[in-house]
Design a binder for this molecule. Structure first.
Ligand code: HEM
Length: 214
């Protein structure tokens, strides 16, 4: 595929992946200006949920790239994985930002002590923080320079993306009050994606495929 085509596909992909963000931005504007439905009666809660779900969906999408490449034999698909992963990180960062904003709006504000208390006392926050920590490490090391510098350890580090997704699903399952159906479906998707990678992981000689995938 020509480099210009890859750039064009990346641009379209970026627009598609960030389209929900545009919609959320529009709803925030509606809520602030009091026009239209906006984010409903509990805007912060709606924002927390939407950004959290989007982070998890896009993260799972990034994990689907390698199985899809193996299935179709189209190696070029790997060229889009970093972009998808970074979009997941963008949503996770927004999710965390909305949470911090929400807690800061309280009477006494939100201090680092409150953060530590939340992490220690609320297990789903502990798990979410761990997942975010992994995503942050992966985003920071996603540049070409870091891939070169870290060599083989880059691959090992980036396998943690499966851990981040699993923690994200557990975080979700822990906090849902009504039905576990959604987290269970996402867990099933994650297990299927991991199962699809198993043959490549178990075959040490398959170095080419391994080099290209976390
Ligand atoms: C420091 C990190 C994080 C914090 C503090 C945090 C906090 C929260 C909070 C407060 C909620 C809403 C709880 C409620 O409604 O009772 C939530 C929901 C959620 N979070 Fe996180 N989260 C974090 C990281 C993550 C990450 C990394 C992911 C995904 C990879 C994620 C995915 C979700 C999902 C899917 C939901 C549920 C959305 C829904 O109910 O529809 N979170 N999170």
């Amino acid at each position: 595929m020509r480099p210009a085509t890859i750039v064009a596909i990346k641009a379209v992909l970026l627009v598609l992946l960030l389209a929900p963000l545009g919609q959320l931005g529009f709803q925030v504007w509606q809520s602030i200006s009091g026009s239209g439905e906006g984010l409903g009666v509990n805007p912060i809660e709606r924002l927390t949920h939407r950004t959290g779900e989007l982070a998890l969906y896009v993260l799972l999408l990034s994990l689907a790239v390698t199985p899809l490449r193996n299935l179709t034999g189209r190696a070029v698909l790997t060229r889009f994985r970093r972009l998808i992963g970074l979009c997941a990180f963008v949503y996770a960062t927004l999710h965390l930002a909305v949470y911090v904003l929400d807690r800061s709006l309280g009477e006494d504000g939100f201090t680092l002590r409150d953060v530590a208390k939340d992490i220690a006392k609320r297990p789903y926050i502990t798990i979410g923080t761990l997942a975010f920590g992994i995503l942050l490490a992966l985003a920071v090391t996603s540049t070409n320079g870091m891939i070169r510098r870290l060599g083989k350890s880059w691959q090992t580090l980036h396998r943690l993306v499966y851990g981040a997704a699993l923690l994200g699903v557990i975080h979700f399952a822990w906090l849902v009050k009504a039905s576990l159906v959604k987290p269970l479906i996402l867990f099933g998707v994650l297990v299927s994606l991991m199962a699809a990678r198993l043959p490549a992981w178990l075959k040490p000689s398959n170095s080419k495929a391994k080099r290209a995938a976390p």
